[in-house]
Design a protein around this ligand. Structure first.
Ligand code: NAD
Ligand code: GLY
Length: 373
């Protein structure tokens, strides 16, 4: 157990978006600390949205502190998993809100990983045309990426995160203590999104991750705190300049074009999102190399780091008969595609990313190489 003496210091990162600005709080013990909630709406109703895995772990802790602030604290417990990030599950949130006559001042609290955060955010964006919401991310992936920046969505069988809205939370509360109960595989999945920030924005951070990846895998608290804070700082800089992804923000999708094809092609949930992104980053680095933008040493370096983080780097075969065509057709559904032309986030040079189309035959070569190992 932590004592006040052994507690890590807490950090705060600001997302600067004029009237939609908010803070990300990062530290131990934040979930149950009343100070984490100062300044948020009080009175009225709070609705905690969580799932069957997270509810037994943290629902009572969050509900307990919310009861000191709200007249009514409700909750809805959704089925767990990426395969439930759909209309049917979203509807359960609306059922709970309408079933309890929740008004437009109701505050939604997203307690869980990225799936809960994305669905709760979308529900908040659309319930009565918009109600306030707070992100309480409990996975590493959600703390370093999905809870920040206001992208909310559900999946469609034909494409990942295809139905959604930009809608910012009032606050993000990253309690690092919650990462203690995270399964190892999920921790590794979160590390994919941490690694992402190096090649696209900060090679000094990539150096640091390489030096600390074993500590991160071993859940060293100081290493995790640093990884969450730096990731959020980089994401805040990008989102602050391009909230609705008219350009720059697309760099945060490094590895995601390939990754989303893996998730949709394998069936949602077969590969974790972070696993698909880890493999997808290596594929995107290979494509960057094939287009003359980075050297082979960079690809080898990134692949080694992704592997050390416990993530797969060998791409799956998505169709035994015509693998490349299957990959390409899945990637054409990507939100970055324009008029059927796939646009990839490429590294050029390391520490900087650009978005460009690539010839199908070059992409097909990268797919073949990546599926071979
Ligand atoms: P997840 O939400 O499915 O959580 C992973 C698993 O961990 C689940 O089984 C969950 O119940 C469990 N869990 C959560 N917290 C736990 C804890 N503290 N202890 C034990 N178990 C815990 O997956 P994820 O990796 O957090 O998020 C992936 C989702 O995020 C994907 O749907 C992806 O598309 C989305 N995403 C969104 C953005 C964005 O900007 N909105 C960015 C990246 C990813
Ligand atoms: N995770 C990508 C983004 O927030 O833009």
């Amino acid at each position: 157990m932590d004592t006040p003496d052994t507690r890590l210091s807490r950090a705060q990162v600001r997302i600067d978006l004029a009237e939609r600005s908010y803070d990300i709080l990062i530290g131990d013990g934040l979930l149950t600390d009343p100070a984490s909630y100062h300044g948020l709406p009080e009175g009225g109703t709070a609705m905690v949205v969580t799932n069957t895995t997270v509810a037994p772990l943290y629902l009572e802790a969050l509900a307990g502190v919310l009861r000191t602030r709200h007249a009514r604290v409700l909750h809805v417990v959704l089925p767990d998993g990426e395969s439930h990030k759909d209309w049917r599950t979203l509807q359960l949130i609306f059922d709970a809100l309408l079933g309890s006559a929740c008004d437009r001042k109701t505050v939604l609290y997203a307690l869980g990983g990225g799936v809960i955060g994305d669905m709760t955010g979308f529900a908040a964006a659309s319930y009565m045309r918009g109600v306030p919401f707070v992100q309480v991310p409990t996975t590493l992936l959600a703390q370093v990426d999905s809870s920040v920046g206001g992208k909310t969505a559900i999946n469609h069988p034909l494409g990942k995160n295809m139905i959604g809205a930009f809608y910012q939370p009032l606050r993000v509360i990253c309690d690092l203590d919650t990462l203690r109960t995270l399964p190892d595989r999920e921790l590794s999945a979160g590390l994919a999104e941490v690694i992402k920030y190096g090649p696209i924005a900060d090679m000094a951070f990539l150096d640091w991750i390489e030096a600390h990846v074993d500590a991160l895998v071993a859940r060293d608290p100081a290493a995790l705190a640093r990884a969450v804070q730096r990731s959020c700082e980089i994401k805040a800089l990008v989102v602050g300049q391009d909230e609705r992804e008219s350009g720059l923000r697309a760099i945060l999708n490094f590895g995601h074009t390939f990754g989303h094809a893996i998730e949709a092609g394998m069936g949602y949930g077969a590969w974790l999102h972070g696993e698909a992104v880890g493999c997808g980053m290596v594929m995107a680095a290979r494509l960057s190399q094939a287009l003359g933008r980075v050297d082979a040493a960079f690809v080898t370096r990134l692949q080694a780091l992704v592997q050390r983080a416990g993530l797969p780097t060998r791409a799956p075969v998505l169709d035994a008969d015509d693998n490349a065509q299957r990959w390409l057709s899945l990637m054409r559904v990507d939100k970055k595609a324009e008029a059927g032309e796939i646009r990839f986030v490429l590294i050029d040079p390391p520490g900087t990313a650009v978005m460009r189309p690539a010839p199908d035959d070059t992409v097909a070569r990268v797919i073949a190489e990546s599926c071979a190992g």
